[in-house]
Structures are given as structure tokens and as C-alpha cells.
Write a protein that binds this ligand. Sequence first.
Ligand SMILES: [Zn+2]
Length: 325
Amino acid sequence: MPVRLPFRPRRDAYPPDLWTKCPGCAEMLFNKQLDKSLRVCPHCGHHFRIPAKTRIEQLVDSGSFIERDSDLSPVDALGFVDLKAYPDRLMAAQLSTGLRDAAVWGIGNIGGRPVSMCVMDFGFIGGSMGSVVGEKVARAGEAAIADRIPLIIISSSGGARMQEGTYSLMQLVKTMGVVERVKAARVPFISVMTDPTTGGVFASFAVVGDVNLAEPNALIRFAGDRVSSGTISEELPAGYARAEFWFSHGFVDRIVARAHLRDEIIALLGFLIAPPLNGSAETPQAPVSRPRSFLSALTGALTGENVAESHNGETGASRGEAPRG
Ligand SMILES: [Zn+2]
């Protein structure tokens, strides 16, 4: 009678539900460990793509997020068929992600401050922006204006959704229109670019935050190498499409590792929103975007100057700052 060993004698293959191979360093990572490290490789720091709901859990105060418009569903207005019919693609994506479309938006607290937040999900047809994603970004912006709370958009998208044709392109204008109104209302907007932020999302709201953050090594660009270099008839520099290149050219303000992203956003919200005045009924909780004082505070921190203006209770408006356009 053969002896039955209580453990597996040899691992012929790594079961995918237990292990993930890191594309950065080829190390086999235990999934439970990877989840504990926020899906960042502990060996090489590779940031794995994560679903929208996981991202929200990582950023907001526990249990504070209330999703809005979760039932907003896409329609196949063009009767579009490529290798598959668009409705079939939608259904497959809905079954695999549990989402109706590639973005989740809602209101939640980060560090005790309410924010309006829209998070994209690359797992849903490449995080592509069709009518629903555009509408959710727009509604997140409109809620930020109505409630005077900061807008945070976390991008993870291959660009516009070709299956919705022109409707998809219209979302660039729609989302930018709302972002301009957010800015005119002096409501802070923090954009976080994660891997990848490309195409129509790059070409619209993702890069026009008051503060533009990016995760390390995130792919950020409008078009692929062939199209980009063909357009300008020049060879593109190596690594031009990565977050570090954009940072070194001033296009991205900060590169933030996932483990620090929540703390970074809390710190930025502290800079961008004036603290509530003690018991004053005149300006109950009207947050005021103060980009200049934020920048001078940063400059002060760099040069060692003592910048006290963020504590003197003045609002940006009372100092006669020109409204941003
Ligand atoms: Zn790795």
C-alpha cells in the first residue's frame, strides 16, 4: 500500500490562484502576501494594476464610501461589432468585474475630510472611457461643486472606447467642461495617474489637476510610439512614456508609491482646503482652493523659509488672488 504524504510532494506548476509572477523581476509572489503589500512587488516595487473597489478601500476612511449611480449602464447605440458584438463584450466585462462599466464614483472621507471621488477600472475593457465613464466623471465633478468638496479622480485607462465611436470622443469635451467649472468654483482637484493613463483620458481630465500625482513607472502617454514619433517625425527619448520622465519635465507634480498615496492625499487636502473657522457661521465649511499658498508653502519647505500664511486664517479671495481659469 503506497504511503500517502500529508503535503504535496512537488510543485510542478504555480497555481495562478495562489501565486503571481512579477512582470518587473520575474519573482513568484504569494498572492496573500501581495495583497498585504497593496499589490506592490516587495522585491522590485512593481505596482500591479488593481480594481477600482480595491483602490477605494485603500484610500478612503474605512466604511465611509457611498457609491453613486452604480446602476448606470452603457448602451450599444451604434450596433457596433468588431471581433465580438459590443453587448457581448460588455456582458463579459460585467461578469468578470462585477461592475456595470469602467468607473466607480461616490462620496467618501479621506483623513476625515469628505471628497468626491471617481476611480477607473482597467479590468473593464481596458478602463476605456465611453458614455458611462464620462458621465460618472462629470457627476463626480458636479457633486464636488455642489457640496464644495475636493474632487479626486484616479485614472487607469487605455483611452476612449472605440465601440462607442463619436459618443466616446464627446466625453473628452464633457469631462473637461466639468473640470473647468470645478476650477472656476475654486474647488480643489487632485488627479492620480496610475498604470496606464493613455489616449483620451490622458488627453482630457487626467493631466489637468491642481495637483497631478502618478504611481511609480506608470505608463502615461497619448498614443503609441509609432504614432507619436510619426507625428513629430522624431525619435522619442527612451522611457518618455513613464511617470518618471513626465515628472522630470514638470508634467507630473509628484510620484507617490502606493503605500504612501493615502497619506499624500491627506497632506494635500490639508494644503488645498482652508481649515474651518472656529464656530463661524458665516463660512461654515466652504473649502477654498489655495494653489498659491500651497506652492509657496512647498517653496518655503525647500528654501527653509518660514511660511506662516497658511495659518493666518486669510482666505485666498480676501488676498485678492485672481481666479484661476
Ligand atoms: Zn517584482
